[in-house]
Ligand binder design. Structure first.
Ligand code: ZN
Length: 453
């Protein structure tokens, strides 16, 4: 999430939780009713499936390709070939000849354990009133919705107080117990004492739940990294700043959290154990500290200094901008007294343009869960295009580039022989109108069809 908690907010709930939940139930119901479960579909899976794609987008070719068959055996793509050959009788052919096929989308910044946190009250309600068990059940719905939108892989960037429930969700999906994307998970995330919610409640009750694992001092933080990795974290997530304010010259000032000593220990320990580090950093100081420590991705980065952009390009540090959530929460947070969120929207767009020009690697990420899962995270695409990407670049950020950030390039991100058959399709041409990606009507993950026209 992008921390609504660090400001003083009036207790305004914009959306009644009951209303939000029933809306999620309705939209979750549709794809589920239309498709078999992974387990039942896998049992009945034919030996060969052929997707007959009218158009196919692939990052390796500048132009879209036409009239291709994607041949799938089991969970993998066997080959991609011209749609001319005769089809074996045993093969199942799925006609997507009026569709555009593209690799399954990848969202590199999600929170399946959250259902929206525009205001501090939204957040606190989930942390203080809902058990981890309840939140895990709700998260299965988020995962199903994500898959329905066409996201076949996600990096879930911390559970917001729900312990290691993301590891459980990942395993349940892998075992076919519930439907959802492939997951890379960050478990509990790290921040220092006094910097992360819930905050501001009575001091004489010592055990208020926390949205993160708190660590202070290099040794404690190193231990926390070891704990998280031992319990299933694929990524280590750190929070590097808070207390945002916009200065006269359009710079987002922030209050850094970890000392460099602590942050270096976190990055060193994670990397020593071959685990990458994702860092929430919104303002100038948090981003700078993350870049200096050599984290693998900067999350949000509403303002990044020019020298830090240069360094990110040099070091290959990814920028995961999450433009949509910034716009989504701005009005509600401003109405609750924090105008800074409105001020940061245009600064964010400008930072995105500067990052693009500086040659920084950009991966698609939305912070879904920071807004309700009933909202399609693909609304990030038109903003990336608005601030300078071509539709092809925006699609690449959510496929091949995202796969590279996740260290999964050998398995996902393109449609080619040997990779997982993670393929989606849309009715129109997303290169002409990138909002077509909000109309995904075919979803296959690992050779199993979850949604079809
Ligand atoms: Zn987040």
């Amino acid at each position: 999430m992008i921390s609504s908690h660090r400001m003083w907010l009036a207790a305004v709930a914009l959306v009644a939780l009951s209303g939000m939940m029933s809306a999620e139930r309705r939209s979750a119901g549709q794809p589920r009713a239309a498709v078999p479960t992974q387990a039942s579909a896998a049992q009945k899976a034919p030996p060969m499936t052929i997707l007959r794609c009218g158009t196919l987008l692939d990052e390796r070719t500048e132009q879209p390709l036409h009239n291709l068959d994607v041949v799938i055996e089991g969970e993998n793509i066997k080959q991609v070939e011209a749609a001319t050959r005769s089809v074996p009788q045993s093969a199942t052919v799925i006609d997507l000849s009026h569709e555009t096929c593209l690799p399954g989308l990848i969202d590199t910044h999600t929170h399946t354990l959250l259902t929206g946190d525009v205001t501090e009250e939204d957040y606190n309600r989930q942390i203080l009133q809902e058990s981890d068990a309840y939140r895990a059940i709700v998260a299965t719905q988020a995962a199903r919705l994500a898959l329905g939108y066409g996201f076949t892989t996600i990096r879930d960037l911390e559970t917001e107080g729900a312990g290691y429930a993301d590891v459980d969700l990942k395993h349940a999906i892998e075992r076919g117990i519930t439907e959802g994307p492939r997951m890379r998970v960050a478990t509990r995330a790290l921040d220092v004492t006094g910097a992360y919610p819930v905050l501001g409640f009575r001091w004489d009750w010592p055990d208020w739940p926390h949205g993160v694992q708190v660590c202070d001092g290099a040794d404690q933080c190193r231990t926390a990294v070891r704990e998280q990795i031992s319990k299933g974290a694929d990524w280590i997530k750190t929070y590097l700043d808070g207390g945002y304010r916009v200065t006269g010259n359009g710079v987002v000032e922030d209050r850094p959290t970890f000392t460099m000593d602590e942050l270096n220990a976190i990055v060193d320990e994670a990397h020593r154990e071959n685990h990458p580090v994702a860092s929430h950093a919104i303002g100038i100081n948090g981003v700078h500290n993350g870049v200096m420590a050599g984290v693998n991705s900067i999350e949000h980065g509403m303002y990044i200094a020019p020298d830090d952009l240069k360094m990110m390009a040099q070091k290959g540090i990814y920028y995961v901008p999450t433009l949509f959530v910034g716009e989504y929460v701005a009005q509600g947070r401003a109405a609750a007294g924090a105008k800074v969120w409105e001020q940061m929207v245009s600064i964010h767009g400008d930072t995105f343009k500067r990052a693009l020009n500086a040659g920084v690697k950009i991966a698609f990420g939305t912070d879904a869960g920071g807004f309700p899962w009933t909202v399609d995270p693909a609304q990030e695409f038109p903003l990336m295009v608005k601030y300078g990407m071509t539709p092809a670049q925006a699609i690449r950020s959510a496929t091949a580039a995202a796969a590279e950030l996740l260290g999964m390039r050998d398995k996902v991100g393109t449609i080619e022989a040997g990779k997982y058959a993670d393929i989606v399709a849309v009715p129109g041409d997303p290169l002409r109108d990138v909002t077509e990606l909000e109309k995904v009507n075919f979803v296959m993950k690992g050779g199993v069809v979850y949604k079809r026209p």
